[in-house]
Each structure stands twice: as structure tokens, then as C-alpha cells.
Design a binder for this molecule. Structure first.
Ligand SMILES: Cc1ncc(COP(=O)(O)O)c(C=O)c1O
Length: 357
């Protein structure tokens, strides 16, 4: 890395750290929505811990104000863009997403006085579109298109931000390293403190790769022996990449994917390219997890622990059990409960959910 790049990265990290320090509430009162982000508890997953002889702990990211870990990313993107002068009062946050990041950006835009434009493919459910609009975002629908096509949502979002001109930004969560810095400055140190440095493994899936990259960078800097495991859904190319060094997936190669790009019930995770954030993830090994196991785990967590979580969180927990078995009894394994099951009533938590048909 050049000296200039190093200076830029440390300045950006300083911005994120300053934002997090604001969380020292004055007289116990949060200054605004941003002060409510992060600082989530770590919960012991009793049934999984007892079954494996390890301490399996879940980071309760569903308790963020926007309901997911994406609040941290949205806050970091906004903070860094404000600090660099790229985002100015009255500007617009533009992103291509129909997922958790859209919810987080829409809320943050409201809290900070920005507009929010979300570019979304027209196969998005009515429910999700209405949610984004209810939160105050403008939604632009585009047809599903490959990344090489100018109509692709990411290309449209980038173009819209440029058209809006100075003061507005394309958030670009996949390749904007503010994403991983949010987790290196937030979730990583929190996990370290909450386990008193006793964490042996961190287990997480990748949507953009920001969580894996940021948390792995922090934890391995504190103790190089911490193991980092990727959990990957069907239809994603990262499992093969982690195990064999090449991003590849048989389903994509043979064009047999049944649901958009990914052949899985689990939303928000899995990648068919190596994003700038994922490229920086220090992953030691990976577990491929099928939808049946994920759905069974989601139901188990509700029945045994009273935890109602989404598909990626349940899949992470399957990965945490694999990691615990790999390491053997007596280890501490941390994973992420990304969001709540309430967002997946028609998929993971549908009465007849199981293997994709
Ligand atoms: C519900 C959910 N879980 C997990 C992730 C993955 O997090 P990351 O983007 O940091 O890889 C995402 C990301 O979009 C998500 O929406």
C-alpha cells in the first residue's frame, strides 16, 4: 500500500472511530439515531454450546435501530463522505439495494437531513418496495440485468449519483471500504471486549464481505491465532474461492440457478464475484450450508432459545456448530445474528419452508 493510500485509510478509520466515540452518551441520552447504532449484546446460544462443549455466542445485530448490522455500514459511509466533503447538506444517498442496507440508508437519511434514492430490480416484492417508500426513500425500479448492461441496478445507481452532482454520493457498499472499516472499528472491538479477548473463532457469511473483512482484520491484529470461517449458501462462489482460491460455483456455471443469481432461500448473502471488501477478508476456511439445515436451525433457535432470526443468522449458526466441532470442546466461537426472522415470514419462517422447489 502506498503512503498516500495508508494515510487516506487511517484518516477514514479515524472518522469512523470518532463517530463511534460519540456513542459515549451525555448523561445517558443518545444524541440521535446514530448514537443508537452498534454496541449490541453478545448472547450465549445455550443449546448449541451444550451440544458442542464450546461457548457459541451470537452478536445481536438485529437490535440495531434499523434492525440489522447494515446500520453500522450506512453510518460509516455517511460519516466518511461527510468528512471528505463528498456529501453535503441536502444531498442524496444513492444505492442499489432492496435489502437491509436500503432500510438503514433510508432511516439515516431521515435522521441526518439527506434524501435517499434506492435503485431496485422490478422483481422486488411489493412488501419490500412499500417498506422502503414508507421509510422515506425514493425507489427507482429497473429490470434485472447483468453487470455489463447499463440498465443494471448498480450502474443506474452510479449514474444517478453522478447526475445529481456534487453533494450526493453513490454509497457502493460492495466496493466502498468504509463498509469494512465500520466493522473493524465497531463489531471487531466489541467482540474482543465482550469475550475479554477469549474468542477462538469468528464465523460469518458474506453479502458484501464487509463484516468478514473488518472483523477478521481487527481480531487477527489482536491475536493472529483467531480462526475466521466463511459460511456460504448454495449458488455462491465464495466457498470454492476460500477452499481452492478460485471464485466458482457449479450452479452458476451451468446456469441452473432457480432464484435470481442465487440458488438459495437465504437472502442478503452469497456472492458471484470478489468485491473489494471481500477481497480483504482473512478467511481460514469455509463451510457450505444448505437451505434445509438453515431452515431447521432457524426453527431450532426459536424453539430452544426464543431467538427469532433471519436466514443468514441461522446459516451462520450452522457454521458456528461446524467450527465448534472442528476446534473441539473448550473453545469460544462467535457468530452474527444479522437480522430478525420477522423479515422472512414468507421464506425461511413460512409454515412449509424447506428445501427450494
Ligand atoms: C441479512 C443479511 N445478513 C448478512 C449480510 C452480510 O453482511 P456483509 O455485507 O457484511 O457481508 C447481509 C448483507 O447484505 C444481510 O443483508
Amino acid at each position: 500500500m502506498s503512503t498516500r493510500a495508508l494515510l487516506a485509510a487511517s484518516a477514514a478509520a479515524a472518522v469512523v472511530a470518532a463517530v463511534l466515540l460519540r456513542r459515549k452518551y451525555r448523561r445517558g441520552v443518545a444524541a440521535d439515531l446514530r448514537d443508537l447504532i452498534g454496541g449490541t449484546p453478545l448472547v450465549r446460544l445455550r443449546s448449541l454450546s451444550e451440544a458442542t462443549g464450546c461457548e457459541i455466542l451470537g452478536k445481536c445485530e438485529f437490535l440495531n435501530p434499523g434492525g440489522s448490522s447494515k446500520d453500522r455500514v450506512a453510518a460509516a459511509i455517511v460519516a466518511e463522505a461527510e468528512a471528505s466533503g463528498a456529501l453535503r447538506p441536502g444531498g442524496t444517498l444513492v444505492e442499489a439495494t432492496s435489502g437491509s442496507t436500503g432500510v438503514s440508508l433510508a432511516l439515516l437519511a431521515r435522521a441526518c437531513g439527506y434524501r435517499c434514492l434506492l435503485v431496485v430490480t422490478d422483481d422486488v416484492s411489493d412488501e419490500k418496495r412499500r417498506l422502503m417508500e414508507a421509510l422515506g426513500a425514493e425507489v427507482e425500479l429497473v429490470p434485472p440485468a447483468p453487470i455489463a448492461d447499463p440498465r443494471n441496478a448498480v450502474n443506474v445507481a452510479r449514474r444517478r449519483a453522478a447526475e445529481l452532482g456534487a453533494g450526493s454520493i453513490f454509497c457502493n457498499q460492495f466496493d466502498n471500504l468504509a463498509n469494512m472499516r465500520a466493522h473493524a472499528a465497531g463489531m471487531g472491538p466489541e467482540v474482543w471486549r465482550q469475550t475479554a479477548g477469549a474468542v477462538d473463532a469468528f464465523v460469518m457469511s458474506a453479502g458484501t464481505g464487509g463484516t468478514l473483512a473488518g472483523v477478521s482484520a481487527y481480531l487477527k491484529r489482536r491475536r493472529a491465532a483467531v480462526r475466521v470461517y466463511l459460511v456460504d449458501p448454495p449458488g455462491s462462489s465464495l466457498y470454492y474461492r476460500a477452499r481452492h482460491g478460485v471464485a466458482y460455483c457449479a450452479e452458476q456455471q451451468e446456469r441452473t440457478a432457480r432464484r435470481n443469481r442465487y440458488d438459495s432461500l437465504v437472502e442478503g448473502v452469497g456472492l458471484d464475484r470478489v468485491s473489494a471488501n471481500y477481497e480483504r477478508a482473512a478467511v481460514d476456511d469455509a463451510f457450505a450450508v444448505g437451505d434445509d439445515e438453515t431452515v431447521a436451525m432457524a426453527r431450532h433457535l426459536l424453539q430452544a432459545e426464543g431467538l427469532f432470526v433471519g436466514g443468514s443468522a441461522a446459516m451462520n449458526c450452522v457454521g458456528a456448530v461446524h467450527a465448534a466441532r472442528r476446534l473441539g470442546p473448550g473453545h469460544t466461537v462467535v457468530t452474527v445474528l444479522c437480522d430478525s426472522g420477522a423479515r422472512y415470514m414468507s421464506t425461511v419462517h413460512a409454515p412449509a419452508a424447506g428445501a427450494p422447489t
